[in-house]
Write a protein that binds this ligand. Structure first.
Ligand SMILES: [Zn+2]
Length: 258
């Protein structure tokens, strides 16, 4: 019996030091790398900020990277990946004073598309990005190809990684249902749902420029129009002023120029 207990304690200590070491290593990588040039190079959201806000963005990027683990599967994660993943996390929450993704511990990065053999929910584009549920809770899977495309000139209204982080915001109230109750005052909930359903009808009738993937359900609608809001704010404001106003209220950001 004593032997078993001693064995267990030794095992627990080894596991503790192993994990602590890993965490320390991750923190060390974050502390060492200067992501500023990469942010300036790839992230137009960051480039558009004034100097003070840029500093705040950098701090939020560091905070995010210090709190989660990014693992590559079949690939080595580099600073470029770290800068883009962290930016995708920070952009939707940039309007909030303090926000930590409580429901995320790991981001798993695949070089390209991956299949859906995991316990993941809701993603038809499940080859590009997913947020885990069940035993995969706290995990996000991203395709690097999609991650990079989202920040390239080819992205248009789409950004897969931002889409996935918006799902996490949505999920923070316990339900991924397109209604981020933590972020939206109660009186806005019904107007928001009405707006969603009206726009879904327009998409179905072929009378909307919003990605048809949005009609999957309310959660996908929210994530898809959030991509549009962050990628093409001026266009969204011009073509869908009410939608723009609502998203501006939810994210506490005014992204359009005028
Ligand atoms: Zn989605």
């Amino acid at each position: 019996m004593t032997f078993i207990i001693t064995g267990f304690i030794v095992f627990a200590l080894i596991a503790y030091f192993f994990l602590k070491n890993n965490k320390a290593k991750a923190a060390e990588i974050v502390a060492k790398s200067d992501l500023k040039p990469l942010l300036a190079q790839h992230i137009s959201f960051y480039r558009d900020l004034d100097d003070e806000s840029k500093l705040l963005f950098e701090q939020k990027v560091k905070l995010f990277l210090g709190g989660i683990t990014i693992e590559g599967v079949g690939t080595v994660v580099d600073d470029n990946d770290r800068a883009m993943i962290a930016s995708s996390a920070v952009i939707p929450i940039f309007g909030f004073k303090d926000w930590e993704y409580q429901n995320l511990t790991n981001v798993i990065l695949y070089p390209d598309t991956f299949d859906g053999e995991f316990q993941f929910e809701g993603e038809d584009r499940n080859i590009l990005g997913m947020v885990g549920t069940g035993y995969m809770n706290g995990q996000m899977i991203l395709s690097r190809a999609a991650l990079i495309k989202g920040f390239s000139k080819l992205a248009g209204k789409e950004n897969t990684a931002i889409h996935e982080f918006v799902h996490l915001l949505d999920k923070s109230d316990g339900a991924t249902d397109g209604v981020p109750e933590n972020l939206l005052a109660h009186e806005y909930v019904l107007p928001w749902l009405k707006m969603i359903h009206q726009e879904i009808h327009k998409i179905e009738a072929g009378k909307s420029d919003i990605n048809p993937y949005a009609i999957t359900n309310e959660a996908e609608f929210f994530a898809v129009v959030a991509e549009y809001f962050f990628q093409k704010p001026d266009e969204l404001k011009h073509k869908h002023p009410e939608l723009y106003e609502m998203l501006s209220t939810i994210f506490r950001q005014n992204r359009a120029e005028d």
